[in-house]
Design a protein around this ligand. Structure first.
Ligand SMILES: Cc1cc2nc3c(=O)[nH]c(=O)nc-3n(C[C@H](O)[C@H](O)[C@H](O)COP(=O)(O)O)c2cc1C
Length: 352
């Protein structure tokens, strides 16, 4: 019998030939001035696709020139960058593997002169000042409402480019790893008192008020313009304390499950105080994000939205197959193992 990990799945109109996706992983190899692809990207992604995973998610692409985390980041804010990305998408398609483009804005983790965030809180605030890279980050400027509108617009333009110029099959919005959209939904860095502030959240109107509204407005605006399936990589919590209250993010998941095709569950990365997830779980032997993915799955039952999970899933493949078989989540996003093993998909098959 075929293990469920190798059963096909259809996301919107996109067929995935199995349920193992290459998770988004920055290579920091872009041309440093233009943030365009290099031949290294084409050969790297071609090699990954040659293994025949169900999906390849490209490394994060920045939606604006002010949204750069590393000088080797890829950009998607102009046509030249998008045309380069199309070559990467084409190289993946040659292996009959679909490709997802991830859109990102690092917010207060950006380098450069114009660093923005929901509130003026430094990434290293409340963290010992002698930490080596404290100076790498700047105190961000708190976005005005007009600037938030501009950011929503650049996401929509980037999504249109990803679909029409690059030919991406799926688009993923990154609301994780402590980037801008994650900063908006985090009580640890959104202290705004306007309609984009956490305290203003109205669970009946999440896309109009509260920290979640920027993410929901971006998704709804993209949905109005293009029909490409949409994923959100979502930090469910910040991993600063044990037993963080998840009510708000579970409400957000319920809202998202009606308008996106998949929620890829993750957590942490909001500040240097975030801990590895497994340290906060009751059973430290289970891959850290699995209990969170299961919780999101339970809270979105009855919708068409798939749930993804990432983080340490490659260590016990039979167990991973069991999680999917039991319906704890639908797609396994695997990162480092794909970088480290050129025959990783074969090693998975060998386990059955
Ligand atoms: C080198 C490296 C770069 C990464 N870059 C990104 C990225 O651009 N966007 C993102 O959402 N996650 C990024 N991640 C996180 C991975 O997508 C994945 O969630 C994480 O590595 C856990 O999965 P794994 O244990 O299978 O590697 C990166 C991880 C690594 C190791």
């Amino acid at each position: 019998m075929t293990p469920i990990l190798f059963e096909a799945l259809r996301v919107g109109n996109v067929p995935l030939c199995n349920r193992i996706a290459v998770s988004s992983m920055s290579t920091y190899n872009a041309n440093p001035n233009s943030h365009t692809v290099t031949t290294t990207h084409i050969s790297h992604y071609s090699r990954l696709a040659a293994q025949h995973p169900g999906l390849v998610v490209l490394e994060s692409t920045s939606v604006s020139k002010d949204a750069i985390f590393h000088e080797g980041d890829l950009g998607i804010w102009n046509e030249e960058q998008a045309r380069g990305l199309k070559e990467v998408v084409d190289a993946i398609h040659k292996h009959n593997v679909p490709c997802c483009i991830q859109l990102n804005h690092p917010g207060r983790k950006s380098i450069g002169n114009c660093v923005v965030a929901p509130s003026e809180i430094h990434y290293m605030e409340n963290f010992p000042k002698d930490k080596a890279d404290a100076g790498k980050y700047k105190i961000p400027h708190a976005l005005t409402r007009n600037e938030i509108d501009e950011i929503i617009d650049v996401y929509v333009l980037a999504a249109k480019r990803a679909a029409s110029v690059c030919g991406a099959d799926i688009i993923e919005i990154a609301c994780c790893n402590g980037n801008l959209l994650h900063q908006f939904i985090s009580k640890n860095c959104n202290l705004r008192d306007d309609e984009y502030g956490i305290l203003k959240s109205d669970i009946n109107n999440l896309d109009q008020t509260g920290g979640t509204s920027i993410l929901l407005k971006i998704i709804k605006s993209i949905r109005q313009k293009i029909s490409t399936p949409l994923f959100v990589k979502l930090a469910i919590c910040d991993n600063i304390f044990k037993n963080e209250i998840l009510d708000d993010t579970l409400q957000l998941c319920q809202a998202l499950s009606k308008i996106v095709d998949l929620i890829d569950v993750t957590s942490g990365g909001i500040s240097p105080q975030s801990q590895p997830r497994y340290l906060l779980n009751n059973d430290k032997d289970i891959p850290g994000q699995v209990p969170l993915a299961q919780l999101v799955k339970q809270n979105t039952l009855g919708t068409k939205c798939f749930i993804g999970c990432s983080g340490g899933l490659n260590h016990n493949i039979k167990q991973l197959n069991q999680y999917v078989k039991l319906g704890q989540f639908d797609i396994a996003f695997i990162g480092k193992a794909f970088m480290e093993q050129s025959n990783f998909m074969e090693t998975i098959l060998d386990k059955f």
